[in-house]
Every structure is written in C-alpha cells, then in structure tokens.
Design a protein around this ligand. Structure first.
Ligand SMILES: Nc1ncnc2c1ncn2[C@@H]1O[C@H](COP(=O)(O)OP(=O)(O)O)[C@@H](O)[C@H]1O
Ligand SMILES: [Mg+2]
Length: 376
C-alpha cells in the first residue's frame, strides 16, 4: 500500500460460510470525501466479487472432482481388465486341470481293464496250447483208425464225405494258429496299454522315446488303418539312434497323441468329398523323425504330415488355449496349448510349427537330453 495515501477504505470478501476469500479496498491520495457512500459501493462490489469468486471456486472443485472421477474410472477399468484376465487364466487352468484329470482317470481305467483282461486271456492262451496237444492226439488216433479200417461201412463213409474230413483236418491247425496269433496280438496290446498307463504318473524317468511313439501309434492304429472311405494313413518312421533320456514319459506320450490325433483330424477334413481312388493317388502320409542334436545336447522329434496345412492366421493361434477350428463338440482347442506347456515348461524344451496352406504341417520339438528334473 502506498504510504503517501490519505484515504483508505476496505471490506473483506466473505462467502456464505463467513470464510474470508480476500479483501477489496480503495486507496486515494486524498481523504475520502463520502466514506459512507464509498463503503456502500465497495460492499456492492464486494458482494459481486465474492459471488464470482465463489462461482470460480465451485467450478474448480467440480473440475477437480470430475478429474479424480475420470482417474477413478480409469483405475476401475484397469482393475476390471486385470480381474477378467485373472478370471480367464483361472478358467483356463481349471479346464486344463479337468483335462489332465480326465487323462489320468483314463490311464487308471486302461490299467484296470488291462489287468482284468489279463486273467481270461491267460485262460484262453493256456487252453489253446492244451487244445493243440489234444488235437494232435486225436489226429494221430484218427490216422490209426483209418489205417486199421481202410474200408469203413457206408454210414461212416457218408459222414466223412458230408463233413469233408480231409478239409477239416487241413484247416483246423490253421484256425488254431490264427487264434494263437490273435491272442499274442491282444497280449501285446495289453502290455503296451499297461506300460502306457504306468507311465502316466508325472514322474521323471529315463526312457526310450521311440517306445512312447510306437505305443501312441498302436493306440491310434484303428484310426490310421484303411476304412471304406479312404486307404490307410501311411506312417513313415525315420528313427535316429537316440539314447534314453530323462523326461516325463506320460505327458510326453500325451504330446505325441495330441499331435498325431490332430493330423488324423486334418486328413479327415481334407479327404471329405474325395473318392477312395483320389486319395489313393496322393495318400495321406505322416512322417516321424527323431535325431540327436549333439551341439544342443537335446533330441529333436519331428512329426510332419502332407495334410491341408494352415493359413498364417490359424498357425499364429494354434498354441493358444481354447483356439480351435473344429466344430463345437469335436475340438476343445486345448491339445496344443497343453502340448506347449508340456514341452516348454515341463521339459524346458522348444516346439515350433511350420505350415502353409496346401503344403502340410510340420511340428518340430526339442527336448533337452539327460536333464534329470528329479534333481532340481
Ligand atoms: N496337423 C495339423 N494340420 C492342420 N491343422 C492343424 C494341425 N494340427 C493342429 N491344427 C490346427 O490347430 C488347431 C488347434 O489344435 P488343438 O489345440 O489340438 O485343438 P483341437 O484339436 O481341439 O481343435 C486345430 O483346431 C487345427 O485348426
Ligand atoms: Mg487337438
């Protein structure tokens, strides 16, 4: 304030809550002639100024409130995005768990059936051997009878002709031999199933990967063999000289199963609308190749097909959980995401897919060799 001033008049600017927002004053070099008048005018200005100030404050408050509101809204959005992501992951884990549980339950079921089938099978196998011996005896006795009775009477002669005895004597050993071969085959299948289910525990073991591949192919045999619509799906094996490696055999077999089952599905899709002869000209082929990558201390397993292949948009998503191009009820979209987890997380390996539409598909896996996960 100018100290030389002689006239001064001021009022406080108070809001409705009697809070002082500021001061309004007039200063003059001369004494103020009519202070009452000036005071009243000043009060009028003060009221107007207070109202303006209050309005300004109010607007500011609204502004900052809406700012914090939009901040809160944004925070809420981020939070809800986090929550839906967590929920999705939870659902995904749950479905994968159910899937794994189902596979484990299937393993137990298979083990149970293999065990149950074992007893009647041993009985058939044992009796078949016995029957062969008895039959041999009967054949010898018959030969003796024939020698001692070269000219049987007409009743016997008629019966011998009716049953075509020569043919029966020739065919019976063949029938028994084929029954025996079938029983051996069933025994083999049961043994493989037992091995398969025994490996279903999530335990790290040193195993021969080729056995796992062969068992998986055997389980899928009924899907690979020819049917009325198409010839057999050929499987070309190009196995390298692999050492036994430490791995989780059950889950790894599941990987082979997922990849091979997908290939069979892809062939089915491609063959739709084609005749048996058309398919025969360009047969469905699966190639399985194994090799040791000495430099990387790992083994490489390649499963390739000359199926329909995939466009880029599909290939980029195949390892995502729930991604499927199959109709509802046929595809879960989980096979390859589980495969990804088993190879990359469980075995610290790698898997990649090379595929072009019309060029077939190639899955290349690398599994570290001799990595004993039990010791981690
Ligand atoms: N060998 C293949 N040839 C063509 N497409 C394939 C092949 N393997 C996988 N796919 C594609 O990858 C998708 C995802 O496979 P997957 O995760 O096993 O789920 P699902 O088999 O339930 O569809 C399949 O729906 C299919 O489109
Ligand atoms: Mg699948």
């Amino acid at each position: 304030m100018n100290l030389k001033s002689h006239g001064f008049l001021g009022v406080a600017l108070k809001n409705s809550q009697e809070e002082v927002l500021g001061n309004l004053y007039i200063v003059d070099r001369r004494p103020i002639a009519d202070p009452k008048l000036y005071q009243d005018v000043l009060k009028l200005f003060a009221m107007r100024a207070t109202a303006e100030l209050e309005r300004e404050q109010y607007l500011q408050r609204i502004h900052s409130l809406s700012e914090s509101n939009s901040y809160l809204y944004k925070q809420e959005q981020i939070k809800s995005a986090h929550l839906s992501k967590a929920l999705y992951k939870l659902e995904q884990t749950q479905v994968q768990l159910v899937h794994t549980e189902k596979i484990a339950a299937l393993g137990q079921l298979v083990a149970g059936i293999a065990h149950e089938v074992n007893n009647p099978m041993s009985c058939i196998f044992g009796n078949l051997k016995c029957s062969k011996n008895y039959l041999q005896d009967l054949f010898e006795i018959l030969a003796l009878y024939q020698a001692q009775l070269p000219n049987p009477d007409s009743t016997l002669q008629d019966k011998i002709e009716e049953v075509d005895l020569d043919f029966v004597l020739e065919d019976l050993p063949n029938i028994l031999a084929s029954m025996e071969a079938s029983i051996f085959r069933v025994k083999d299948i049961m043994q493989s199933l037992r091995n398969y289910s025994r490996n279903d525990t999530h335990e790290c073991k040193k195993v021969d990967i080729h056995k796992g591949l062969d068992i998986t192919l055997m389980i899928l045999r009924h899907k690979l063999k020819a049917n009325s619509e198409r010839p057999e799906i050929q499987v070309n094996k190009n196995y390298g000289n692999l050492p036994e490696i430490f791995c989780f055999p059950g889950p790894l077999n599941q990987v082979f199963m997922n990849l091979l089952a997908n290939t069979i599905d892809a062939f089915d899709e491609m063959n739709r609308g084609k005749s048996y002869q058309e398919i025969e000209v360009r047969p469905n082929i699966i190639e399985i190749e194994t090799t040791v990558l000495t430099m990387k201390k790992s083994i490489q397993i390649t499963i390739a097909d000359n199926g329909p292949g995939m466009p880029k948009e599909v290939r980029e998503k195949i390892f995502n959980a729930f991604f499927t191009t199959k109709p509802e009820g046929r595809g879960t979209g989980l096979g390859l995401s589980i495969t990804w987890d088993i190879v990359t997380k469980m075995h610290k390996g790698k898997i990649e897919c090379l595929s072009e539409i019309g060029q077939g598909t190639r899955f290349i896996m690398e599994i570290p060799q001799g990595f004993n996960f039990n010791k981690i």
